[in-house]
Design a protein. Structure first.
Length: 317
């Protein structure tokens, strides 16, 4: 059964929000019902079972109460997979990593920003950091450049407790950068510097079978289906995960301009309809145990003309 998690938040501001439960290594985890950063708020919408044919609705956060009723014994019990081997890691995320430069003059246009503070960014890096902060054993597979910004990403992730052995240093490419400003509530203009960047050079050779098999779940991300080499890397990880009884999570992570569908100034653009993008994402959906996305991302993955139609299309796969 596939579950779909609808998240209504600014993708770059996400901070590892998870339901209460237990990790693949037996660690109890908690859920923050909402968490904000730089003025952006993230909160749960719903889990939707793929084969549940009841009316499509969005449930409140109280809908998670049943999943929270875990006994102490359940929380301490080490989870094993169908293959019978206990997971050493809870989750491995795959895809984008960048240095995000946040404008420090809140309420200003990006043109008027006078100073920036740097943070590790990119959806997979954020998820790895957030889950590590929640007490899970998390790792990231990506590429960074052989320069100071690549070094910053690796050092900061280690400080956060994220396993970094899956991060490849690319001698030929630069680490991705993003410039951001918080201009107004819900308005955060951003510029992606990602032309031939290190993380988009991810390849099948970067996916180690034993490493993938050591995690209870693998998180793949939508942007890395935009290039054949990165797509092949993620599909290899999916095959290994499924063969070892691991869970596969798909974070749709749709940024139109990272698919060449919007100009450089449109980094904050959330949705541009594209049959091409939908066709690249749909084939992986049947292999996923959980699909994560905003309303716009669900629409691009499902290919529907509106949100309910997209949800029905995903359920039907």
């Amino acid at each position: 059964m596939v579950r779909l998690l609808h998240l209504n938040f600014c993708r770059e501001m996400e901070a590892g929000v998870l339901p209460v439960g237990k990790s693949a290594t037996g660690h109890p985890i908690s859920r923050s019902s909402s968490r904000s950063r730089a003025g952006c708020t993230c909160q749960y919408g719903t889990y939707i079972p793929k084969h549940d044919h009841s009316e499509l609705t969005f449930h409140s956060r109280e809908g998670y109460n049943d999943t929270q009723k875990l006994s102490i014994e359940d929380k301490r019990r080490r989870t094993t997979t169908m293959a019978g081997a206990a997971a050493q890691l809870d989750v491995i995320t795959i895809g984008r990593s960048s240095v995000d430069l946040y404008g420090q003059q809140i309420g200003s246009r990006l043109e008027d920003i006078g100073s920036f503070a740097k943070s590790v960014g990119g959806c997979p890096a954020n998820i790895a950091t957030g889950t590590a902060r929640l007490g899970l054993k998390a790792a990231l597979i990506t590429r960074v450049g052989a320069e100071q910004m690549g070094g910053f990403i690796k050092e900061q992730l280690r400080r956060e407790g994220v396993e970094t052995r899956g991060i490849v240093t690319d001698e030929a490419r630069l680490t991705a950068l993003v410039l951001l400003a918080v201009e107004d509530e819900g308005v955060s203009p951003m510029i992606f510097y990602r032309t031939d960047c290190a993380d988009m050079a991810l390849s099948e050779a970067d996916i180690d079978e034993g490493f993938i098999a050591s995690a209870g779940a693998v998180v793949i991300t939508g942007t890395h289906f935009s290039q054949p080499n990165a797509e092949a890397a993620q599909l290899k990880a999916v095959r290994i995960a499924k063969a070892n009884g691991r869970k596969v999570v798909f974070d749709i992570d749709y940024r139109p301009n990272l698919w060449g569908l919007a100009g450089h100034a449109a980094g904050f653009e959330r949705y541009v309809k594209s049959d091409f993008v939908t066709a690249r994402m749909k084939p992986v959906l049947p292999d996923c145990d959980l699909i994560v996305g905003t309303e716009e991302e669900v629409m691009i993955a499902g290919g529907g003309s509106d949100l309910p139609a997209a949800l029905r299309a995903i359920r039907a796969i």
